[in-house]
Design a binder for this molecule. Structure first.
Ligand code: ATP
Ligand code: MG
Length: 566
């Protein structure tokens, strides 16, 4: 038997308050011991890392208690929804490591049932057609402290309501001409019970039902009933729905003919610093081409994070670390970066790559010779073995690893100093070659043949070890370096400023000519590497055989923490 604590979907290790509720319900034999959850996205955008919290909780809870979890698309608003989103959402959930098996539902599967239920409520005198314009209806709702005003259509006779509703459905009226409202209580302290809308007219083609309908149920009229129709036992959702719960319960009370009720439990959303998770605003970034698309590696979408090189395990670990509570808070995005490093450190193949190349000629090394140097693939995992890296007379090092006139604490290469080339030799800088503008174009070094493998021949020490790549045997690649998309902690927190004003202009830096050791030849999109000293990188989808492209996922250390300490 698989031990749950070893489960690859390690979202279930820690107990949370929801697990306790579920456990209690099981003890009390509610719903005959059935546990059934669902993840209910609206297909009006791509999933983001906030959704991942809900996904891990919905699927993870079902998993932990031997239950089931459905995927349900809440597709009640055809004007904003699209098949592209439906497809991407499925891909992203699978990528995260979860499976709804054959339980894929759409709110639109239940449109007929919802319509019948609406007719039932009309017949029972619990729903009516209101012909007032939206702004009047909204004004009449009152405020939390002042009761609402009843619509003049509230007491319309049942027959007239039935007639108008069926004509609404038949397409006789334009958008906005009338709505169907539940007749509950215009004085309720809960505003959502003040005769909420149930149906509106939208003459738009639906991505699944086509032109069958021109009236669509409101989310609040669909969501709870879909849970009920699907036999959901625990309906987990974010805190903003707490206030909607009495309405959902009111609808189910009118509908249910037995004791079974889905139980809604609310938890707090995941928010991250320097990250914006409103789907509406993310769409704006995409439409205004402020990013390259929903999967731009700077986006907090799951497809963006995937392309950036973030692994599903690190997202699941983050969600686990953050925990499930009812307290609203904002999580430091450094925690995500930490989870990514932790995961990739264990799994990523190490290679050497130079992203800001400076040529070095080793003047006493034989011309035309290539030596294969043995390099460790992953010091964290001996099983990953070793590889050979070609060493030649001409190599590249990182430009910033050399200073002609170094300050006292600079221990890397400078005229006269000796450093180790990782896995290769000790070298000493003898000459600096400059162009007519005084720009350094090349260094001359000598090497010590006795230091092969980078080992000191006589116990003498060097203060730095540099990465390098052969100038003649390498892969030329483009490297894309990313920084945070926003330069303030809470990009939507500023009432006086548009969130777009907080975009970080330096969030993408492209290095068109970089050199990577030949090992990466043939690497495929989503293959991960650690470029020694530079960070974790992943092959981008733009990559080709001729021009590989690598995205930097994260640096090896948290540069921001370092800056904060200065
Ligand atoms: P909107 O409803 O404005 O389009 P949404 O982010 O709520 O945006 P949904 O598709 O309705 O999008 O979300 C699906 C599920 O994911 C919901 O149950 C919602 O509560 C949950 N969810 C959304 N954002 C977060 C978040 N930041 N943290 C945790 N759960 C979230
Ligand atoms: Mg929502």
């Amino acid at each position: 038997m698989a031990d749950h604590s070893e489960d690859k979907k390690n979202t279930v290790k820690t107990r949370n308050f929801i697990h306790e509720i579920v456990e209690n319900d099981l003890l009390e034999k509610k719903n005959n011991g059935r546990i059934h959850t669902r993840f209910p996205p609206e297909p009006n955008g791509y999933l983001h890392i906030g959704h991942a919290k809900a996904i891990c909780l919905d699927f993870g809870t079902a998993d932990k208690f031997g239950g089931k979890c459905n995927l349900r698309f809440d597709d009640t608003n055809p004007s904003k929804e699209d098949q592209e989103y439906v497809d991407s959402i499925q891909e992203d959930i699978r990528w995260l490591g979860f499976d709804w098996e054959d339980r894929l539902y759409y709110a639109s599967d239940f449109f007929d049932k919802l319509y019948e239920f609406a007719v039932q409520l009309i017949k029972e005198g619990k729903a009516y057609i209101d012909e007032q314009p939206a702004d009047i209806i909204s004004q009449q709702r009152g405020t939390p402290t002042r009761p609402g005003t009843e619509s003049p259509h509230r007491n319309r006779p049942v027959d007239e309501n039935l007639d108008l509703f069926s004509r609404m459905k038949a397409g006789e009226f334009p958008n906005g001409a009338m709505v169907l409202r539940a007749k509950i209580d215009m004085a309720s302290p809960n505003m959502h019970l003040r005769d909420p809308l149930m149906y509106r007219i939208i003459h738009a083609e639906h991505h699944r039902t086509g032109n069958k309908w021109c009236i669509y149920p409101m989310y609040d009229f669909a969501h709870g009933q879909c849970d009920y129709f699907e036999g959901i036992t625990h309906s987990l959702c974010t805190l903003e729905f707490e206030i909607h719960r009495p309405l959902y319960e009111w609808f189910i009370d009118q509908l249910a003919d037995c004791d079974y009720r889905p139980r809604q439990i609310e938890f707090s959303r995941l928010n991250l610093t320097y990250t914006m998770m409103s789907k509406r605003k993310l769409l704006q970034l995409v439409e205004e081409k402020l990013v390259s698309g929903w999967d731009d590696p700077r986006m907090p979408t799951l497809s963006g994070l995937r392309r950036r090189g973030v692994t599903p395990a690190s997202i699941r670990n983050l969600v686990e670390k953050v925990g499930i509570t009812k307290t609203e808070g904002i999580v430091d995005v450094a925690l995500l970066e930490h989870a990514v490093r932790e995961d990739l450190n264990k799994t990523a193949q190490r290679v050497m790559g130079v992203i800001d190349p400076l040529k070095v000629i080793i003047t006493n090394y034989p011309e035309g010779e290539t030596e294969m140097m043995e390099a460790v693939n992953n010091p964290e995992d001996e099983g990953m073995g070793t590889r050979e890296v070609p060493f030649t007379r001409e190599i590249f090092i990182e430009r910033e690893d050399f200073m002609e006139d170094p300050p006292r604490k600079f221990f890397r290469l400078s005229p006269g100093t000796e450093v180790r080339l990782r896995y290769a030799y000790f070298v000493k800088c003898t000459d600096v070659v400059k162009d007519e503008n005084g720009e350094i174009v090349e260094l001359h070094c000598t090497y010590d043949p006795a230091s092969r493998g980078g080992n000191s021949p006589d116990g003498r020490k060097v203060k730095a070890t540099l990465h390098w790549v052969s100038a003649t045997e390498n892969i030329e690649a483009e490297v894309r370096l990313y920084d945070r998309l926003f330069n303030v902690e809470d990009p939507s927190g500023d009432k006086d400023k548009d969130f777009r004003e907080h975009l970080n202009p330096d969030s993408l830096q492209v290095k068109p000519v970089c050199y990577i050791e030949p090992f990466v030849k043939g690497a495929k999109p989503l293959d991960h590497f650690q470029f020694e000293r530079l960070g974790y990188f992943v092959v981008d989808k733009d990559s080709t055989e001729e021009k590989p492209v690598f995205n930097r996922t994260v640096t090896l250390r948290d540069n921001w923490a370092k800056l904060a300490k200065l």
